[in-house]
Design a protein around this ligand. Sequence first.
Ligand code: GLN
Length: 495
Amino acid sequence: VRCQNVFGFFMCSHMYVFSTIKQYHTHLLAGSVTCLQVTQQYLNSINANKHLNAFVATYTQQALAQAQQLDALRATGAPLSPLHGVVIALKDVICYKDQTVTAASKILKGFVSQYSATAVERLVTQGAIIIGTCNCDEFAMGSTNENSVYGPTLNAADVTRVPGGSSGGSAVAVQANMCMVSLGSDTGGSVRQPADFCGVVGLKPSYGRVSRYGLIAYASSFDQIGVFGNNVQDVATILESIEGPDAFDSTATPTKQLNKNGSYLQTTSRGPFTFGYFKQALYHPNLDAEIKENLLQLIAQLKADGHKVTEFNFELIDNIVPTYYVLTTAEASSNLGRFDGVRYGHRSAQPAANLTEFYKNNRSEGFSKEVQRRIMLGTFVLSAGYYDAYFTKAQQVRQLLINQTTEFFKNCDALILPVSPTTAFKQGEKTTDPIAMYLADIYTVYANLVGIPGIALPLFKHSNGMPFGMQLHTTNNNETQLLQIAQHIFTTYKK
Ligand code: GLN
């Protein structure tokens, strides 16, 4: 516990800063801090950072009351539950009972969750304090957090830049010390890319590792709840608390992946590991020269330190973004059909002559242009005349990618990839050109197409002042190894 000016984002004479959840618990047990003090501190920080627009709702009274209860429980000498007093923020697509959830869309304005997402239920049961809900791109569609009914979130490292998206608010909430950890969702990079733009750790678990029950769907065969944190250990702690089978989600993985002693990082490993990277990814013409240089240097260093690094050919790299956008828009057009103004959401005041006009009015007013664009594209690729040319073809490419991925992992423990071709974009830079924005997803959509886990690790600083890092992937449902290797790289090579 120390006094400091946290990252220079705001001045505060008395700040509790904990390196990890574990260290926070040590201080709680020693009595040097209380949950109430820490919760109050994060609430103050949310207030002081309002200009960043990271939060869309804050649960002040409820969070403070919960903190008091947890302090009272600790005073009884009861052992701390794994997330005792851990202050967590949620992306505005994750349901928390009796609180609003809107997917940053006008169509869900004022909608109140009738139940909590399984992940949230598990966090709360294990002692976490939910402090609020974070801004994001509407229905998790976007890469900048500019496509939100609440307006853009700003990057705390440079307010003229975007925090990335779609989980931009959740990334900034951790970046600017407004919570300890946060949840986001990652359909094609929405946790890893904003983590990279904001200089925090971002984990997308394997498909199905975390139940999607209570997560507003974008593209169901891609969606996964992910975690933002300041370090690999905290992210591992949260994953451990929320993962595992769930009767409410038949796609959730049927086994839990805990190590015997209850922690992903119970055993740390220094390798040597076998890494792989894609030639076409690192030498891609769109990759920023400085990012490429730093990754090549890291690879050289890994080799020098006794790890094996293999270069793979990945000819399909330029096909992955089109495949992703065909499949996700198809799924989105179906998922978003439920928002019709009858069962959910905004109902237009305009008189409608018939049912079609009624839907049209509600949906035209309720959805932003980007969401409308994706629903139309998805409807088009699923239409009878084009189904085989686009949807079936994209499914075939997805299968090819899965097959190739199996081959890659026969020859490596982990894959190294950039996270984004550039550091954080300037506000407004990509808004007029959706295709340019889609193409910037080139390094993140791969993991969702094939279902493997991925983690973004902030390792470097660009000469433009912005953070950036690298991605690591392992085989499906191998988070234990992913987190162990990530921990090793993060603690050894972070500059
Ligand atoms: N940027 C990607 C998109 O716009 C990723 C979104 C996500 O992961 N939710 O679809």
